[in-house]
Design a binder for this molecule. Structure first.
Ligand SMILES: Nc1ncnc2c1ncn2[C@@H]1O[C@H](COP(=O)(O)OP(=O)(O)O)[C@@H](O)[C@H]1O
Ligand SMILES: [Mg+2]
Length: 95
């Protein structure tokens, strides 16, 4: 959640998080109307980041957010349209 939220703040000028808590799973839906992700496969690579210098100087921009979001969830789906925005849906199974 944190990595997804920070991404929306840094890369998309903010967004919305919807968290659905079920008996057997938690579903997190992060939606923004930022620039979108042109090459999702590239963005998923460890260490890849387009964070600008002023953001890096604050300690962000290691390029590990998206890969770690995938690693620590049971399912992650990225839907992104350049110029329109990004929706990331993560599911964590509880059972
Ligand atoms: N919500 C988003 N909107 C637009 N681009 C994004 C978004 N989230 C991630 N990205 C792109 O994917 C790249 C990789 O993200 P991430 O792995 O979290 O690394 P970091 O945030 O440290 O740059 C970012 O540098 C950015 O180019
Ligand atoms: Mg990030």
């Amino acid at each position: 959640m944190y990595e997804g939220e920070i991404n929306m703040v840094i890369h998309a000028d903010g967004g919305e998080a919807e968290v659905l808590v079920y008996e057997d799973r938690i579903v997190m839906i992060l939606t923004d109307r930022g620039p979108g992700i042109a090459d999702v496969e590239k963005a998923m690579q460890e260490g890849y980041s387009t964070a600008p210098d002023n953001v890096r100087s604050l300690g962000f921009g290691a390029g590990m957010g998206l890969p770690n979001m995938k690693r620590y969830t049971d399912d992650m789906k990225i839907e992104s349209v350049v110029g329109e925005g990004t929706t990331i849906t993560m599911t964590v199974l509880l059972a």
